[in-house]
Design a protein around this ligand. Structure first.
Ligand code: SF4
Length: 580
């Protein structure tokens, strides 16, 4: 990873490829790399779909090595959804392959002069950019099949579906998994629309002939990796809960806690919860003869293996095992308790290339507006199909919950900075409310997952229904997360490193022995803070004010059953999150 690949999509004679040394970006990976490039090179006031925005794709610091869990890929730009800086990340194979090909980042710059669509092939021989309008309006599944038959069934693809081509603000970027299926997505913030605006349909990565990235201190690295794997295996969440049921293990947990946003955040419990829980999902998958949820990673080197395969009633592959957020977004949040319908919605979202969280939130807002009834799965499927086709209603929904609420005159729209809230009601988990309000990314649970100490008893314990202790909790998690997002590590490692000091030390040793230096916890904190500082500065220059670090007003007024609580963290306290 000693070079950056820049492709000027708007060059006079067609896309122009340039490779350059890392320069001032040396030593950065993942979110640190994407945010540094966006903060330095993208004018904060530019239009997100214009020539001045850049799409930055970066593997993590440890991607392409033998370190377990290191396959996360970061995508950064100015977001069409929030208008601020964006880092969305995804699992799948691409980060490992891109890192082994030697690239610390791909930067797509400028804008083509016409609407020609391009595919980009990167392999050991270099980079080829080819115009290919036969790819127009293909869904991600057909697109990837085409790439496999054209190149090989071992390539990894980074692609957009129809939503990205139509530049919808909920459009995602798909990354292929170990089975070459486009099931892993950099979902949030409309990164797919930015790729669409650059005229790039797919980036095909082929690392045939390339080697694993070698650590500076191989012995120490091997030792650290063994301790790392052992630590992840011994923690109950990363060693048992996630491998057994996937992320959807949370449905029962969050519902029981009374923080499961139901029917557009009206209630904290869903009466159809048991029908869509992780336990029911795993039973259904196993009974149908699918691979089940126990043994499936989204990229090679994942040892937590939270993913699985969801087959239809006839035992045919339908989609990957839908994640908790997806099951909630299309399930409880829309009043739908039918796992098959939710799996179909997940498949459609992946194929069209839209963020499942934003789509579920937009549909629930549309349901509140009376466009469809809560609980009507067939109507929800029809709405997502309209997004894929780009009908006028589909284009409204495909631009997210905030646009949908504005168009249909809905007051109760659960967004921060234009981005929809995920699957935890901030009144029932006040710490996650602080993260939603203040993160640089718009409402995003992964930016500082306070559910850990609020609900799961991981990394301490803070009462989820009270404001006390939430600022500090969210602050520390936001700092740690920004750093983890730079390593290439899947965020689920956080459960083990928060609880087990020896596992955190193993991560430090992995990073240190790879780069040939000694790292401490303070270095990690400093890295996290520096990323947040860059991102906050970008947002400030894009016009963000502290008044935008707030939840929608109704969360402070409307009590959430069953605990009958409002969001109680004071505005003045929210303003202290980044005051370290
Ligand atoms: S734990 Fe889950 S999300 Fe993380 S790398 Fe493994 S399969 Fe992917």
């Amino acid at each position: 990873m000693d070079k950056i690949l820049r492709i000027k999509m708007g060059a006079d004679a067609g896309p122009q490829v340039k490779e350059e040394p890392l320069g001032g970006y040396a030593g950065l990976g993942g979110r640190a790399m994407t945010s540094a490039i966006v903060a330095k090179e993208v004018p904060p006031l530019c239009h997100p779909l214009g020539a001045d925005n850049k799409l930055v794709i970066a593997p993590g610091l440890l991607s392409g090595t033998t370190a377990a869990m290191s396959g996360r890929l970061s995508v950064g730009c100015k977001s069409p959804l929030t208008g601020g800086i964006k880092e969305a990340n995804a699992g799948g194979q691409a980060a490992q392959v891109l890192a082994r090909l030697g690239y610390a980042a791909i930067v797509l710059e400028g804008k083509p002069k016409d609407d020609t669509l391009y595919k980009i092939l990167i392999n050991k021989d270099g980079v080829t950019v080819t115009a290919d309008n036969s790819l127009r309006m293909l869904g991600n599944y057909d697109l990837v099949d085409k790439m496999k038959s054209e190149f090989s069934d071992k390539v990894a693809c980074i692609s957009i579906g129809t939503a990205g081509e139509m530049k919808m603000a909920a459009a995602s970027i798909a990354v292929t998994d170990m089975e070459q299926r486009p099931t892993r997505h950099a979902g949030r913030g409309g990164v797919g629309a930015v790729m669409g605006s650059k005229g790039v349909k797919v980036i095909v990565l082929d690392d045939a002939g390339m080697k694993m990235r070698p650590p500076k201190d191989p012995e120490k690295f091997k030792e650290a990796n063994q301790a790392w794997v052992a630590g992840l295996r011994k923690h109950p969440v990363t060693g048992e809960g996630l491998p057994a049921y996937g992320t959807n293990v949370l449905t029962n947990v969050i519902n029981e806690a009374g923080a499961y946003p139901t029917k557009n955040f009206m209630w904290g419990r869903f009466d159809g919860c048991s029908k869509i829980s992780g336990e029911t999902q795993a039973e259904t998958e196993n009974a149908r003869g699918g691979k089940g949820s126990a043994t499936h990673g989204c990229h090679r080197g994942c040892i937590i293996r939270c993913s699985g395969t969801y087959t239809d009633k006839d035992g045919h592959f339908l989609t990957k095992q839908p994640e908790y957020e997806t099951v909630w977004a299309h399930g409880g949040n829309c009043g739908i308790d039918d796992l098959d319908a939710i799996a179909m919605l997940d498949r459609l979202d992946d194929d069209f290339g839209v963020d499942t969280i934003e789509m579920g939130a937009a549909i629930a807002v549309a349901m509140e507006a009376g466009i469809a009834k809560f609980g009507d799965a067939a109507a929800a499927i029809d709405l997502v199909k309209q997004v894929g086709k780009g009908t006028p209603l589909g284009r409204i929904l495909g631009n997210g919950a905030a646009v949908t609420g504005r168009v249909f005159g809905v007051e109760r729209v659960p967004v921060v900075k234009g981005q929809s809230m995920p699957a935890y009601d901030p009144r029932g988990v006040q710490g996650i409310g602080v993260t939603y309000a203040t993160t640089t990314q718009g409402a995003d649970h992964t930016a500082g997952y306070a559910v850990t100490a609020n609900i799961l008893g991981v990394g301490g314990s803070v009462n989820p229904l009270k404001p006390e202790g939430q600022i500090e909790l969210s602050r520390n998690l936001q700092i740690a997360t920004a750093a983890i997002d730079s390593t290439g590590m899947c965020l689920f490692i956080a459960f083990a490193i928060l609880d087990q000091p020896d596992t955190f030390q193993a991560l430090l040793d992995l990073l240190g022995s790879f780069g040939g230096q000694k790292l401490t916890g303070d270095d990690v904190v400093a890295l996290g803070k520096s990323i947040l500082k860059m991102e906050r500065e970008f947002n400030k220059n894009a016009g963000f004010t502290k008044e935008m670090d707030r939840l929608p007003d109704y969360f402070k007024k409307e009590k959430l059953p069953p605990h009958d609580v409002t969001f109680m963290v004071k505005d003045a306290d929210l303003d202290q999150v980044f005051n370290w």
